[in-house]
Design a protein around this ligand. Structure first.
Ligand SMILES: [Zn+2]
Length: 185
């Protein structure tokens, strides 16, 4: 995902105009308040996603909102502060495509230099519900491996996670798809 942070101009504590300072030589410049010394740490944004198979096909959603409107992505979204990451993945999947899931295992963590999001992708299992498209989704559809729209995937993390998923699955190793494992929690 390519989200840019807004340019923060004012101190959220005292309302003074922020300066930009290098606090330590090996760190990036940070917004600092010259009045109350508040340091605004611009943290990563955590995104939780699920790769979900139904009828031996992967659920992909066509995005109805920017960024990357019209492109395909797996169900997922931002983790709320204080929310368990797995719970966020389950919540987002149900919100976006109407399906209740449980987490089988972690597939991978995807982050890129200069990019704000840290994308955590789980291998999820279908529990119940019919596939629908939620508010932010134009279309929810099932794809076999051969049908995956590689050129029209929304984000680099979408591409990388799906590649990893199929690599593991096709190797038949520690497979995300070898039967129905008991969840670890
Ligand atoms: Zn301040």
């Amino acid at each position: 995902m390519t989200h840019h942070d807004p340019e923060f101009q004012f101190c959220p504590v005292c309302g003074n105009r922020l300066d930009s300072s290098k606090l330590k030589p090996n760190e990036p410049r940070r917004p600092v308040c010259p009045s109350c010394n508040f340091v605004l740490y611009l943290d990563p944004k955590v995104v939780a996603c699920s790769i979900l198979e139904m009828d031996s096909k992967i659920v992909l959603l066509r995005r109805g909102i920017n960024p990357q409107k019209g492109k395909w992505v797996m169900p997922g979204g931002y983790v709320d502060r204080g929310e368990e990451v797995k719970a966020a993945a389950i919540r987002e999947t149900e919100e976006e495509c109407g399906v209740k899931t449980r987490i089988n295992m972690l597939l991978g963590v995807y982050s890129y230099s200069g990019q704000v999001p840290v994308v955590i992708v789980y291998d999820a299992r279908y529990v119940s519900g019919d596939l629908i498209s939620g508010d932010e989704t134009l279309e929810a559809k099932l794809f076999s491996e051969k049908q995956i729209p590689w050129a029209n995937l929304a984000f680099r993390s979408t591409v990388d996670a799906l590649k990893d998923y199929y690599e593991i699955k096709n190797k038949g190793g520690k497979s995300p798809t070898d039967g129905d494992k008991t969840p670890k929690d």
